[in-house]
Write a protein that binds this ligand. Structure first.
Ligand SMILES: Nc1ncnc2c1ncn2[C@@H]1O[C@H](COP(=O)(O)OP(=O)(O)OP(=O)(O)O)[C@@H](O)[C@H]1O
Ligand SMILES: [Mg+2]
Length: 511
């Protein structure tokens, strides 16, 4: 029994037998869920299980087809964010709801800015914003435009915004998906403080180690049904079994094959520099290899891979693919050279949200093939369907708009289109962010297939077990530079962290 099971208090919020259907899919089917004061209630489930839909009902973004929401024992109607706020329910949504062109302060006080003599009091707004940002311990200027921030900082702003509302229930949909070490710790400290103050917290995550660390109780959703309610101390394998209905043996099934040592490397990067972002970055990726790029948020990993792919420019240095120079800042040239890139921001750059799943999956193949003339549309659709099945994309069909897929399923499609296109060199930036345990393993197996076929993979990941478990070599960046390379037994979490924070001495690495 956990402390919260013994709690005698009534739940603050309950969902009773809620059902919600969308065209072609029953997202929730008679689900009961509740959160008590002073507990962290974790919601687990595979991609598409219905987690976000359930919390959208609590937040008033959707209304249930059947069932009801009860607050303090009384049935309520939650029609929109204002209703939710009045009822004391604050939500941090999985997908960003902030406005890119506004400043951080404007976003924090959107629709309710502090006023003085009827006018928006900018000075006070910026001061209050600075207080909120300090509370979550994130170092950004209240005047920065949101679009200038990376995803981790945007997430911290989103969290600061939710905290600015005095909530009795705080609902967090995968808040840690885009955060790393220090930020996660700060967030957990905030959540523990809120719990101690009697706030009820609903916490969604795919990072199972977080369950025991932060949670009190767990509700597991599968295919829109609530299949279990267990204490947060339940062991990992059992949680996996409850979520996916089977156990998963190898978490990181990396199979190393022969590395292509002849001729020029698949990718050669030399002396890459962009003022203020990275400097002196050089490395190679050979056919058959997975090279990991580790480091803290802000170390410059995303900037480097975007420059290598041609999504952004660089000032100095060179990029060669199979011995041929790749022109600077030229995505079309990268595509033609067989380079693929899955960006960290799937909504912004990874997908065409208005297009269907099938269209998104076929996008790269189509662009590459159309240079050669005829396109076999029926064949393409078959291939797209096979890839979607392989990755377990939960969807009503290939014609479903990508916008309405669950977050993790969007990520599978963002990766699937490059796998389908048979990219010779695939650059992955945080590939399994928001992806459930079962689908992660499937993505890793596809990575194995790519390298077995002689292709190469460059993978940025903040998930240390993943980057260590799936890379043949790990490059570590620190403050815009490569701090070192680790392979084999030397590649440990401690060694990566020492390089990432800039505290490693040669003696540490020689061990
Ligand atoms: N607006 C919508 N229109 C159509 N289908 C939708 C819509 N919103 C959600 N769905 C579908 O409902 C199902 C549940 O989605 P939901 O976003 O709740 O999953 P989830 O458990 O949050 O998954 P993830 O872990 O990937 O975030 C999915 O099949 C999804 O495609
Ligand atoms: Mg979700």
């Amino acid at each position: 029994m956990t402390p919260s099971d013994r709690r005698s208090s009534a739940p603050i919020v309950r969902a009773e037998g809620v059902t919600k259907a969308f065209p072609g899919v029953v997202a929730l089917d008679g689900v009961d869920f509740e959160v008590h004061a002073g507990e962290v209630h974790v919601l687990l489930g595979e991609n598409g299980a219905g987690k976000s839909t359930l919390i959208r009902l609590l937040a008033g973004a959707h209304r249930p087809d059947r069932g009801r929401i009860v607050v303090d024992g009384r049935p309520v109607r939650v029609h929109g964010a204002q209703d939710a706020e009045r009822l004391g329910i604050a939500t941090i949504h999985q997908e960003f709801h902030l406005v890119p062109d506004l400043t951080v302060a404007e976003n924090l006080f959107l629709g309710r800015p502090p006023r003085r003599f009827g006018l928006v009091d900018r000075a006070r707004m910026e001061a209050d914003a600075a207080d909120l940002l300090a509370r979550v311990g994130v170092d950004v200027s209240p005047r920065a435009r949101l679009r200038e921030l990376g995803v981790a900082r945007r997430q911290m702003v989103e969290i600061a915004k939710a905290l600015s509302v005095r909530a009795r229930v705080l609902v967090m949909d995968e808040p840690t998906a885009v955060l790393t070490g220090g930020e996660v710790e700060r967030l957990f400290a905030i959540v523990r403080r809120l719990r101690a103050d009697g706030v009820g917290v609903v916490f969604i995550t795919h990072k199972l180690e977080e369950v025991a660390e932060l949670g009190d109780r767990v509700t597991v959703l599968r295919d829109g049904r609530s299949v279990a309610r267990v204490p947060a101390g339940t062991d990992r394998d059992e949680l996996v079994r409850l979520m996916v209905g089977r156990s998963i043996e190898a978490q990181y099934p990396r199979e190393r094959g022969p590395v292509d040592a002849d001729g020029p490397p698949l990718l050669r990067v030399r002396g890459l520099r962009r003022a203020g972002a990275f400097d002196g970055v050089g490395f190679e990726v050979r056919g058959g290899e997975v090279v990991g790029l580790a480091g803290l948020v802000g170390a410059g990993r995303t900037e480097v891979v975007r420059a290598v792919f041609g999504a952004d420019a660089y000032d100095h240095g060179s990029v060669h693919v199979r011995g041929a120079p790749l022109p600077r800042h030229d995505v079309a040239a990268s595509l033609a050279a067989g380079v693929g890139f899955v960006p960290e921001d799937r909504k912004g750059q990874g997908l065409v949200l208005g297009a269907s799943v099938g269209e998104n999956l076929g996008l790269v193949t189509l662009r590459r093939a159309s240079r050669g003339g005829l396109v076999d549309r029926a064949g393409q659709r078959r291939a797209a369907a096979a890839m979607a099945a392989r990755l377990g994309v939960r969807m009503a069909g290939l014609d479903q708009p990508a916008r309405t897929l669950s977050g993790g399923n969007q990520q599978k499609v963002a990766i699937g289109k490059w796998l389908l296109a048979g990219s010779r060199l695939l650059i992955l930036d945080e590939p399994t962010r928001g992806v459930d345990v079962g689908a992660k393993v499937e993505i890793y197996r596809l990575v194995n297939e790519l390298t077995a076929a002689g292709h190469g993979v460059l993978m940025v990941s903040s998930d240390l077990p993943e980057v260590l478990g799936m890379s043949d070599r790990v490059l570590v960046m620190c403050r815009g530079r490569l701090a070192g390379e680790l392979a084999g037994d030397a590649a440990t979490q401690d060694a990566v962290m020492a390089l990432a924070v800039g505290s490693a001495r040669p003696a540490d690495l020689a061990r």
